[in-house]
Design a protein around this ligand. Sequence first.
Ligand code: PGA
Length: 251
Amino acid sequence: MKRKLIAANWKMNLVKKDSAELARSIVRGLVSPLDCDVVLIPAMTSLDAVWQEIKETELELGAQNVFWEDSGAYTGEVSPAMLIDSGCRWVIIGHSERRQILGETDEYINRKVLRSVQAGLNVILCIGETRDERRGGQYTEVINSQLNSALSGFDQELIKRLAVAYEPVWAIGTGENAEPDQIYESHNVIIKNLIAQFGKDAHNIRILYGGSVKQDNIEVIININNVDGALVGGASLDHISFIKIVKISGV
Ligand code: PGA
């Protein structure tokens, strides 16, 4: 069985002091050695503050965005090397909020994924259908198309740095998580796609579920076949609920 991965996506929340405090509370509440991998993903401005709290622990640091060039005239952007230099081992790419609000295209996402893994970062690639696409029965098509474009040109060697997060857009921040059979079906579509692209090594890629994960529903979700972890938004801003999610996932 794969080691579970629980990632805390703090989104655009918390100034440095509050991020450090939350990280400290999470560290205090978890007992080493951890039974699953835990990644804290604060806003860019809090990366260092959180890194100082976790660098001597098993917890890992991640960023919410990255650019595909190493350096240069790209105002406002941050490179994979800069993230690594700030303590990051992980980066989220393709989150629906970036696709929808910031207009990130499949082509951008593909470039970001490729350059990040080549630079040595682990990537959490987010994919998922909208409510209309779910209602219209197009979710299989959407999942396959997002995976195919994001991983185009991807080297077999690099898949060890890849995790995929299935996040149905209609379940993000809404309190309405996907039903277990919907998660099961979608994760099945994902693993089939990954096997078609990368062969049996694809079984090593962790597939996370994201979208209104809470301490009350994690036990059911984490036990669904092909669910190897969770990407947690809202519930990761509360140390008590996030610690519970981690503990339940590690059992
Ligand atoms: P949520 O967010 O847990 O608040 O639904 C998940 C995510 O967007 O990664």
